[in-house]
Design a protein around this ligand. Structure first.
Ligand code: AMP
Ligand code: MG
Length: 512
């Protein structure tokens, strides 16, 4: 479907209710999305649209496409590019901002929640610096797939409402087809927003931003004795939870800069992100992360580092005296390690089928991970197959089943040292006995937390490569399959399988 560029018309189907645009002018730059030549809608998320009160007919129609392409500014929108700063790979940049994205406005969903509606790849803004304001289609489709996959895994994330091909090309190392992603978020406010005003010593703006966030995202903090401290504590808690969940599914964000660290606790800004195949904590996919700053195993400590920057930006609000502010910030940050450790053990304990935490469980998990690391055992497959191993404990039980036997052989096949593996397995099985729950129940619960299917990097890359050739079927198939990641579906075995050596993707690119 090709559309001619048209003038601005009303699209009352989107009922905007904008609050960020009511903040003072120094919070953003008013800027409209730049129209594109020949938009074509590639994906639209009807259930999410419905959650935002958008009618399926409208979502499928030409008006929605024009809005999602940035060719029409719907009535009620107040498009703007947000101002923010950020630490990029540890270096502070006092002004970043939305250089290729435009916040159209906010929508109150049928769930009563206020959602940001954002176009990414929508053209140049006053924050574009040297950039072209555009996004290649590949990263747009990657974000669409991976963010929706994260949502289906139950992990807080921005969502994808639509992906549009622009009909224009974007020059990177080579010319690539352009795309625009419509993203939906609880709020796109980042740690970098606070750093922006802190760096300018604009304490008034800092307080207004903090009040805005409290009102919108953390209303309970308003009741606290020190609301700004309560805000800091809330953000620490949500980041600890979020990163624990990333570690649980083997997700590597790739660019954990403070400008990509969401105050709403969502996974934000999908760039060179990827899921682990073989487990190794030093795994890095991002082409630009040459030092491994954002390697899989470093994510928890980087999360803490980012929170420290957040706390630093909040200092002028925490207390009148600087000493007292620093003390409060430090106390709050010091809780992170325990909060993360608790959240992480909740996640990993559930992955191992354990309902209560015991002293020896951490060693059990650590020893499994160490063994996996030594053999680069597939992270997703190993944990998924452990459910069969839990059930197959009793020889009269699942072991007679040929599928179960194949699963167990595949599991054992992940490890070179059979004796080491069998020792660990025996230890874990003894621990499961102590759970005093039926093994079938434990196995079923394990399958609810250990996905059968993740957005395997090689499959994502294949889907993007096919889309570049004009074939959207692999993208659509993968997207459809990822909606129910915990359901074991034999016809999806190929999508679920780890990459063969020649299929392995070792690097991903931001495409910025
Ligand atoms: P990212 O690494 O994608 O989080 O982006 C970091 C900063 O660079 C943000 O301020 C982006 O808005 C900006 N940026 C990234 N790509 C572009 C682009 N193609 N044009 C303009 N600004 C960009
Ligand atoms: Mg970013």
């Amino acid at each position: 479907m090709k559309m001619k560029q048209t003038t601005v018309i009303a699209a009352p189907e989107i009922r905007f209710d904008n609050s960020f645009a009511a903040l003072p002018a120094r919070f953003y730059a008013k800027v409209e999305p730049q129209p594109v030549k020949a938009p074509e809608i590639l994906a639209v998320n009807v259930p999410l649209g419905e959650q935002l009160g958008l009618a399926p007919d409208w979502l499928a129609g030409p008006e929605a496409m024009a809005v999602f392409a940035g060719n029409r500014v719907p009535e009620g929108a107040q498009p703007l590019a947000m101002a923010y700063a950020g630490h990029q790979f540890g270096h502070f940049v006092p002004q970043l901002g939305d250089g290729r994205a435009v916040l159209l406005g906010e929508v109150i969903g049928t769930d009563g929640v206020r959602w940001d509606m954002h176009l990414k790849g929508a053209g140049r803004t006053p924050f574009s610096r040297g950039g072209d304001g555009r996004a290649p289609l590949g990263p747009v489709l990657r974000e669409y797939l991976v963010s929706e996959a994260m949502h289906a895994l139950g992990i807080p994330t921005t969502r994808a409402l639509a992906a549009v091909a622009t009909g224009e090309s974007v020059l990177r190392e080579e010319p690539l087809p352009g795309g625009v992603l419509t993203r939906i978020s609880r709020s796109l406010i980042r740690v970098g927003h606070f750093q922006y005003f802190a760096a300018r010593e604009d304490v008034l703006a800092l307080a207004m931003l903090a009040d805005y966030v409290i009102d919108r995202l953390v209303p309970a903090a308003a009741e606290a004795e020190n609301p700004y401290l309560a805000l800091l504590e809330h953000v620490i808690a949500t980041q600890a939870q979020l990163i624990a969940q990333w570690q649980g599914v083997g997700f590597i964000h790739g660019v954990m800069n403070t400008d990509n660290c969401s105050i709403a606790g969502e996974t934000l800004d999908y760039g060179p992100c990827a899921f682990l195949d073989g487990y190794h904590p030093e795994t890095v996919f991002s082409y630009i992360d040459r030092m491994g700053r954002y390697a899989f195993g470093r994510q928890p400590e980087i999360g803490k580092w980012n929170l420290l920057q957040f706390a630093g930006a909040l200092l002028p609000l925490l207390a009148r005296s600087e000493d007292q502010a620093v003390r409060l910030a430090q106390q709050a940050i010091e809780t992170y390690d325990d909060q993360f450790a608790n959240a992480y053990w909740d996640v990993m304990g559930a992955k191992l089928g354990l309902s209560e935490k015991r002293e020896e469980d951490q060693a059990l998990c650590r020893d499994l991970l160490k063994m996996m690391q030594d053999d680069l055992a597939d992270y997703t497959l190993t944990f998924r197959l452990l459910a069969t191993a839990a059930e197959g404990q009793d020889d009269t039980n699942g072991m007679n089943d040929t599928n179960a036997a194949a699963d167990l052989a595949a599991l054992e096949g992940q490890f070179a040292d059979r004796n080491r593996w069998r020792d660990w397995l025996a230890r874990w099985r003894r621990r499961l006995q102590a759970e005093q729950r039926p093994l079938a129940v434990i196995a079923e619960q394990m399958r609810q937390v250990n996905p059968f299917l993740i957005a395997r990097n090689h499959r994502v890359e294949q889907a993007i490569a096919a889309a570049y050739r004009g074939d959207l079927r692999p993208f659509e198939m993968l997207h459809e399959a990822l909606k129910q990641p915990f359901e074991e579906k034999p016809h999806l075995a190929a999508l679920a399988a780890p990459p063969k050596p020649h299929e392995q993707v070792r690097q991903t690119f931001c495409g910025t």
